[in-house]
Ligand binder design. Structure first.
Ligand code: FE2
Length: 250
């Protein structure tokens, strides 16, 4: 099927910090998302970079400034882009365009707006590969964990090393408190919306995607000690135990 894609201007770089090595050969940069509608707000989102030799894989992409891109380029060559969250991916076309990297995405459209069944003309991008639990990503020890009941689909990336490093999209979040990328309104509304909580299952994500709680509980069957969420702070040890009660209670 040929999809008639809309042309869309690539979003500009938004405020972000430095790329930091959080685990061996795994880097995280905290960036932000700013928007004007329905209310002007901004809050933080994280990009993860996995390095293997000279090859870099970007997960939960966040467009960086020229200065940030220099830091990224100093780490190696971007070869893969992994999209775990159906609500993320706005910056994947930028990295695809800049590096010619292969894009591996959950089976969810890249579309303008929030509809789960977007019109063809709202779709702005197509990935090179759709990922599922059967996907063999070009990263050592990597496994895709799919939340197929979510609409749009969601996945997590498990690196079976160092006790298990789980990279999440919107599903598992860890905003214990608002950080410096939260605007005044975001602090108010997101606290009210239940987003500001350590070891949290993304409240809006759960409500909107109607993900089957049994499938989320399945995450407790995975072996992981560390978590790099798309939203909030990295958990360096005991991650699964941190989530056990909230996930069990779903
Ligand atoms: Fe998100």
């Amino acid at each position: 099927m040929t999809i008639k894609m809309t042309t869309r201007e690539m979003p500009k770089a938004m405020k972000h910090g430095d790329l930091e090595e959080v685990f061996n050969n795994i880097f995280v940069v905290k960036g932000s998302l700013s928007f004007k509608k329905p209310l002007p707000m901004s809050f933080s989102r994280n990009m993860t970079v996995i390095r293997e030799g000279d090859a870099l894989t970007i997960v939960n992409s966040v467009r960086l400034s020229d200065e940030g891109l220099k830091q990224l380029d100093a780490l190696g060559q971007v070869q893969n882009i992994v999209r775990l969250a159906g609500f993320h991916g706005m910056d994947d076309p930028f990295y695809k365009d800049r590096y010619g990297a292969a894009v591996w995405s959950v089976d969810a459209p890249y579309a303008v707006g929030t509809s789960t069944d977007p019109a063809e003309e709202d779709i702005y991008f197509a990935p090179d590969h759709k990922i599922s639990t059967a996907t063999d990503l070009p990263i050592e020890d990597a496994q895709i964990v799919a939340i197929n009941s979510a609409k749009p689909k969601e996945a997590l990336l498990l690196l079976r090393r160092d006790g298990g490093i789980l990279v999440s999209g919107d599903c598992l979040q860890n905003w214990a408190k608002p950080d410096k990328y939260f605007s005044f309104l975001a602090k108010i509304f997101m606290r009210r919306g239940g987003f500001i909580k350590a070891a949290n299952v993304g409240p809006a994500w759960l409500k909107f995607t109607k993900a089957d709680t049994a499938e989320i509980r399945g995450l407790l069957g995975l072996e992981f000690d560390k978590l790099i969420p798309a939203h909030g702070e990295v958990i360096s040890s005991g991650a699964k135990e941190s989530y056990r009660s909230v996930i069990s209670a779903l």
